[in-house]
Design a binder for this molecule. Structure first.
Ligand code: HEC
Length: 185
């Protein structure tokens, strides 16, 4: 019996260790991915109050990637925002893994799951990858809502900066995109 238990333990131990390290990676990835959005929301709220939605465009355009870059440097994780309906073609087109997660999240949100809770973490090859859904809130609608509800100034600024914009027509509770983080192991 003792021998059997020892053999069983030896068989199970590597899996248990692998599970523990996956759990630690998931926790770390989640922490990195949830650092940026609340800061961005505060900055957007402040700037919209001060200078209107059109004046807040640089928050999403310049400040978001800058803050992502800083968090990357501090943590060693690469950070992106991607979407099935990208505004910025140069930065926000999802790769195959992100696209599959985005499509799965849309289905699950449509079936009633809370979008704020949708996330996926996975070890792929020599990398750990994690995505977390970014739900549309009332605050987002002045720049991502139905086109006929955007102010003329916002429409003009978006048209000028993003000729291929697809990121309008959203309603509250839909998923605007994901924050996507990855780290080489
Ligand atoms: C003041 C206007 C404005 C508001 C408000 C705003 N956004 Fe954006 N959003 C933009 C702009 C401009 C971009 C393009 C950024 C770039 O050039 O990378 C963008 C890009 C994004 C992206 C990256 C993917 C893409 O399509 O390029 C996500 C995700 C996103 N916004 C989510 C949100 C969410 C969620 C909210 C509400 C919490 C929000 N945005 C509020 C203007 C805004």
């Amino acid at each position: 019996m003792k021998k059997f238990l020892l053999a069983a333990a030896m068989l199970i131990a590597p899996f248990a260790t692998a599970l523990a390290s996956d759990e630690a990676l998931l926790t770390e990835a989640r922490k990195v991915a949830t650092t940026l959005p609340p800061k961005l929301i505060v900055a957007l709220q402040d700037e919209i109050k001060k200078s209107g939605a059109e004046g807040a465009i640089p928050v999403c355009k310049d400040m978001a990637p800058k803050m992502a870059g800083e968090i990357s440097q501090q943590t060693g994780w690469k950070i992106k925002r991607v979407s099935l309906k990208a505004r910025n073609d140069a930065r926000a087109i999802p790769d195959a893994w992100e696209k599959a997660a985005l499509e799965d999240f849309d289905k699950r949100a449509a079936a009633g799951e809370s979008p704020a809770k949708l996330e996926k973490g996975e070890k792929i090859g020599n990398e750990y990858r994690f995505v977390k859904a970014l739900p549309v809130q009332a605050l987002c609608l002045s720049c991502h809502g139905p086109v006929d509800q955007l102010s003329p100034a916002v429409k003009a600024a978006i048209g000028q900066n993003y000729p291929n914009d697809r990121a309008t027509g959203y309603a509250e509770g839909q998923i605007r995109g994901v924050i996507s983080v990855r780290k080489a192991l």
